[in-house]
Design a protein around this ligand. Structure first.
Ligand SMILES: [Zn+2]
Length: 363
């Protein structure tokens, strides 16, 4: 029998107003916390942090994150954390802030608390940080030996963020079940380093069902600056279910096609999850999924406003040569598309992209 591994954060906490209790949760892991956040998030949370820590036995030092998860920025903040003799690192904000906190904690061998203020990707729970150069160009992946010690989601803050971010998170979460299913069928290896467990598969499937039942309700609520049970369920699906699902269930076609789409200059303004949603549709065509399933995913994307055509990706001007470049990039050796349960060529990917665009205009 094959080895199966599931990995996850030590503790996942979610609810409205949870940021107010941050010190109560933090005190189980250290005596001196080092908190990083960018200027915007720092402004938004300063009073809440001060009040929470004032009522606690744990102290904290806060430092402003300069906006780029780069090696120099990680070193600069790590020195500040060491100077303040911190024994717990806390990152509050979006992906780059959170990844920087993960990297600092990794280098210092200290626990890390991840506090996302948006739910736009499934990265927060993962044992992964993406490093960029100071100029913002991709540098390398930092694969961490452990997932975050704690992930704390204040749904009041997350629901108040722009709706497009929550919808992008749904796009990222949409891929999870289909990529895990393909990985499972192929007996391929996940980011956790072995074959998927049934637990990760079940979470990936629940993630998809939650999107179908609650995605539209959540989107409409957040659009009008209110929250409801559907918003809570979508935040959990985008962050926790998709987080375990992608890392321990596997990545396959959808994310590779996303990576291919980054070749197109015209798509650069799109969010990760928006491109992943189109990648999901492309994967379904690639594997010749039943029309009913493709229609279900198309309907979902349309209901929440995720792109389903090249025009909606801002790529209607893309030439055949450019789309073939996307397909080549999506299928280079080592890409996760080779976790699909059959061989995939660049020609297959090109054909699937074109077919999705036509199907979407026909159905
Ligand atoms: Zn993703």
């Amino acid at each position: 029998m094959a080895t199966k591994i599931v990995i996850s954060p030590g503790k996942y906490i979610q609810g409205p107003g949870e940021m107010k209790k941050i010190a109560t949760y933090a005190k189980d892991y250290g005596q001196q916390a080092f908190i990083i956040a960018d200027a915007f998030v720092m402004n938004m949370t300063t009073a809440t942090l001060a009040e929470s820590f004032a009522n606690s036995t744990i102290n904290y030092t806060a430092a402003k994150f300069n906006g780029e998860c780069s090696k120099p920025e990680i070193s600069r903040l790590q020195l500040l954390a060491q100077d303040s003799q911190s024994d717990l690192i806390i990152g509050i904000g979006g992906g780059k802030t959170l990844d920087t906190a993960k990297a600092i904690a990794f280098h210092m061998k200290k626990p890390v608390m991840i506090v996302p203020t948006i739910a736009s990707t499934d990265a927060p729970c993962s044992a992964l940080a993406v490093l960029y150069t100071e100029e913002g160009v991709f540098d390398e992946y930092l694969l961490l030996p452990t997932n975050p010690t704690v992930v704390l989601m204040d749904t009041e803050i997350i629901a108040a963020a722009p709706v497009r971010l929550l919808v992008s998170g749904m796009g990222d979460a949409l891929a999870t079940y289909f990529e895990a299913r393909a990985t499972y069928q192929a007996n391929a290896t996940t980011m956790a380093g072995a074959q998927p467990t049934d637990a990760a598969m079940a979470m990936a499937e629940l993630c998809y069902r939650t999107l179908l039942s609650d995605g539209l309700k959540a989107k409409l609520a957040v659009e009008r600056n209110v929250s409801n049970i559907a918003v809570e369920k979508i935040i959990e699906a985008n962050t926790f279910l998709s987080g375990i699902g992608f890392e321990s269930g596997g990545l396959a076609g959808a994310h590779a096609i996303h990576n291919g789409l980054t070749v197109l200059e015209d798509c650069h303004h799109l969010y990760h999850g928006e491109k992943v949603a189109f990648g999901t549709l492309t994967q379904l065509v690639l594997e010749n999924a039943p029309l009913a399933e493709i229609s279900e995913v198309l309907d979902f994307c349309r209901s929440v406003g995720l792109p389903t055509t090249l025009a909606e990706l801002n790529a209607e001007q893309a030439t055949e040569a450019q789309l073939r470049e996307v397909a080549v990039a999506a299928s280079v050796a080592g890409e996760t598309i080779h976790n699909m349960p059959f061989p995939v060529t660049a020609d297959d990917v090109y054909a699937a992209i074109v077919t999705v665009d036509q199907l979407s205009q026909t159905l």
